[in-house]
Design a protein around this ligand. Sequence first.
Ligand SMILES: [Zn+2]
Length: 244
Amino acid sequence: MLPAQKDDGKAKQTTVPYQEVSLFLGNTEVVIRIYRKAGTEGVLFIHPHGDESGALEAGLRFVEEHGGTLVTISRVGSQEHKKRKISFEICGKAIEVDPNRIFSEQGIRSQLAPYGDDVADSAFSEVKKFSESLILEISRFALPSTVIALHNDRLGYSQVLGSSGEARISPGEPNTDFFFVTRREDFERLASLGYNAFLQSGSPKDDGSASVLFQKLGVRYINVECGFSKKEKNYQMVLAALGM
Ligand SMILES: [Zn+2]
């Protein structure tokens, strides 16, 4: 019997040079890895979820071939980061936060709400500090003109319908493969190429995600969502995002 095809949780080796920066979430060290290669200026790739290795690989392939900057979380505590969420401990209690839901106070509060008031209050300032230092690292090399968020998707696009102002569904395209963008011209362009495309609403609910943050900052933002284990398609979608 052949083994089921799955991601091995590791991105392919790359020759792109990188540097690492240590941040802290409570007492837990979170290491951010920043890959950088000259070539494509003003484009920043963000890869927040450690279990989405195909998305990372597609982004690294782009930076290797065309240049750019890519930020990923490489380690949490002593563990290589291969999970969606980041865990840390506060008041002896284990807390988990989604690193793509902490870019606003409102987002942080809803992440912490399930832990009860006492824990949530003490954890809030720690997560806020971490979020601020993460944003500082992300924008250290100048505010990008375009942010490409790299994700692999299991749930399908129904999860973004609530925050979308407009949607174009392409018949035959899998519901795990889609673009979620903040600019109308990107929405029209990607839809016309035959992809599923969603335009974020002009006044989205602030869930602390990067799409809301960058829309507020006026930075062009394109979220590339592709199903797992579709290496070539994932890379083609990254190219399409940038009009290549
Ligand atoms: Zn993701």
